[in-house]
Structures are given as C-alpha cells and as structure tokens.
Design a protein around this ligand. Sequence first.
Ligand code: 4AD
Ligand code: MG
Length: 463
Amino acid sequence: MERLKVALLLKSEPGKKVLAKGWVRTKRGNKNVSFIALNDGSTINNIQIVCDASKFDEEFMKQITTGACIGVEGDLVASMGSGQAVEIQAGKIEIYGVADSTYPLQKKGHSMEFLREIAHLRPRTNTFGAVLRIRHAMAFAIHNFFNSKGFCYLHTPLITASDCEGAGEMFQVTTMDLNNIPRTEDGAIDFGSDFFGRQTSLTVSGQLEGELGATALGEIYTFGPTFRAENSNTPRHLAEFWMIEPEMAFYDIKDNMDLAEEFIKYLVNYALENCLDDITFLNNMFDNELIDRLRGVLKEDFVRLSYTEGIEILEQAKKDGVKFEFPVGWGTDLQSEHERYLVEKHFKKPVILTDYPKDIKAFYMKQNEDGKTVRAMDVLFPKIGEIIGGSQREESYEKLTQRIEELGMDTRGLWWYLDTRRWGSAPHSGFGLGFERLLMFVTGMSNIRDVIPFPRTPNNAEF
Ligand code: 4AD
Ligand code: MG
C-alpha cells in the first residue's frame, strides 16, 4: 500500500484504507484502547492513531513510546474526539525503530538553550518543524520572486581572494601544514605554495562577482552561504549565514529601495498565505503579536529617510531622556538599539535609511556630490534592526580607484572588478538580505541560532 503523508491524510475524506509512517509524539490511553499522536514532519499537526487493545499484544504496544518510529495500516475514519476531523483505526503496526526512556525529547517545554545542545534532534520538535518548513517555503518563494521578474540565479564562488566588505572578517582557506608553515626567504608566510597559489578565504558576500553578472545579464541574484569571522556573540549574528543578493544594471538607489520593499512584502505575504498553520503555532507558543506584526508590514509603506535625519531624531530622543548604551552622533555607525528605536518607537514601521557617511560604509558605494556621504540603504525592521544592506554602486572608474587607494586597499587584486568600470560601465545597484534575519522576523524567533538547522557561532561548530 502507498504511504500517504500526514498533511494529506488530515485533509482526506474518511472511509478508506491508508498507510501512515512517522514518529510517535505521545501515547496515552487505558487498558482497552491507546491513542498515538503520529507526526511525519509534513505538517505541524499530528494524526491520531487509535489502537484497540484486543488487536495488539500488550508487550508489543509497550515498545511504542515517545520518539519511536512506526508504520500504521488501518482505516481512515471520522474522529469522535475534538481537535481532528479524521483518525486512523489501526489494523497493523510495524515498529521501525524504538526509542527508550533515554530519548531526550520526552516531554514538551524544553528551553531553547537545551534544544540548541541537541540540535541533531530538535527538528523533531513542533517548534523546529515549523521553523524549518517556513525556512524551506521562504527559500522557494525567493527563487519564485526573482524568476518571475526575469532575474538570473548566479552562482558566485564561496572561496575567494577578495574581501568584499573590507572589514577583514574572513575565515582563511588553506591546505598548508599548520605545524610547518612554508616561509619565504624574508620569513613571511609563503602563500605562493598554498593550494591556490595565493591567500584565500571563505566569502563574506557574493556581491563583487554579482556585479560582474549584472553588467552582463542585466539582473541577477545570488542565494548562498556566506561566512564572517566576526567575534560577536549576539542573538543576530552567525559565523555562517545565508544571504540573498540581487544586483541590477540600470537601477538607481530609488529603484533599489522599491525592489527591496516589494521583495520583503512578497515574502511575508507568501509566508502568511502558505505557512499559516506553522506561523499560528509559533504565534500561540512564543509571540502572540507575530501575526499582527506580519500583517502590519504588508499594510504600510516603509519610511524612507536619510542617515542625517535619522541621527537628528536619535539626538532629539537623547535630549528627551531616552537612554542609549552606545553614543549617537553624525559619523558613528548605528547600533541595533538605535535602529530599533527608530523603527519600534519613533516611526512604528519599517525604515529605509539612506546616504550614510562614506567612512562607515564599504568602498564600492556610489559617492554623493557632498563628498561626505554615499548612496547606501539599510532596511531596518522591528525586533531585528538591520535586515537588508545595499547601495547604488560607484560606476566611475576614477572615483572608485581613488576610493580604493584612499582606503589603502590593494587595487591589483581587484583588477577584474575594476574592469567592469573600465569597459561598458553601467549605473547599477543591489542589496543583501540576511536570510536568517528575515526568518527571525517571519517566525518571531528571538535568537538567530534557532532559525538555521545547525548554527555556527564562536566556539560552536558541533553537528
Ligand atoms: O550589510 P551587509 O554586510 O552587506 C553586504 O554584505 C553587501 N555586500 C550586500 C550587497 O549589497 N549585495 O550584509 C547584508 C545583510 C545584513 O543586512 C544582514 O541582514 C545580514 O546580511 N548579515 C548577517 N546575518 C547574520 N549573521 C551575520 N553575521 C550577518 N552579517 C550580515
Ligand atoms: Mg550592513
């Protein structure tokens, strides 16, 4: 008999023979009858299996405990109980794998911290099942969105010799013998003898290669893992996270903001339309404002204002007695507390902040006429802070090389990037959406470690 998934069974009409397979969430009952809640990961909901004691051996039934994996053949019938329309009247049960009392997920209500220690098992909980299904749906929706707009999915390399963001937060990639590092005559590390014949790292962003794609294919996006060796142990940073980076020829900063806003709204709407069971579960369990917050984002136009105006608002707030941990002032980078003040307290909706001081942004951003600011845009979200970072790119060869030299960067390593400005340079723009930051918003999870199956953070690379 063909196995049907629980998601499908729960929507099926009663009155047929079925086969279900999955993991036992709970078993309860009395000496006449047992009720098993079976889940196979296809939905947050379990299917109830009713087992008549007369049909099954008592010793056999004792082996069916929380966590065990079983297959059940039986009749799909209308359920007498509340909470489900149908249930399975078991005829035959096969046990694939037992789970004794040492199984860590015995009872509900484990702390998120404990579940992180058993990240290999936590996908079997309701919470992580919901989060991981939403994660999948969002990945699918991202491809859908760009595909429907004619963007080309460009696969940019993970191993690179350039530091896109210029922040020096790169993980090195090497096959050198670390106990016997080859040296040149003057004692320096001889990267020439390393695998790639040069110093290489894991990429912090696919943008630079993305720009090569955009200035050929017009509109591209990347969607892949990126790596940052920033030693920040916060609820919003991972050492390995996924980023979506669209890059578009002929887009200015305004077109870029329009796309970013449309993109996030599309994803939030997709989640509400396709993942409402899971979102409702998370809303009820963790954050009863989640659904309101998601709907709220769809209704509002995002506020657009300059960094300079943002700083004025923050300085005024300080005068009015708001306490910030970090200093506020023109020229300083905004901390998450400042971003969240603007979004949650001042405007009460998402904010796109533009035209940041050039000294706190990356070398590739288009310089404004004032000589002080660049055409950057950060999208700031409630509960998250920065969810997107992007900009219009500097398309002038002269201005770009001058900026690279000002910053003391090595133009030689970037010769291929500068060639886009040398020949057929085009106005263009792009941005990066942190996939896990988006998922924090959509799921309401407050720690980024809980929206990726196996988080990588300082001192943590288990599983
Ligand atoms: O602002 P960032 O550093 O921008 C870039 O990397 C650009 N090259 C993007 C582009 O224009 N193509 O990073 C973009 C986004 C941030 O807004 C944030 O959502 C996420 O990536 N992000 C992180 N997410 C999790 N952990 C980290 N350590 C992150 N660092 C950035
Ligand atoms: Mg940023």
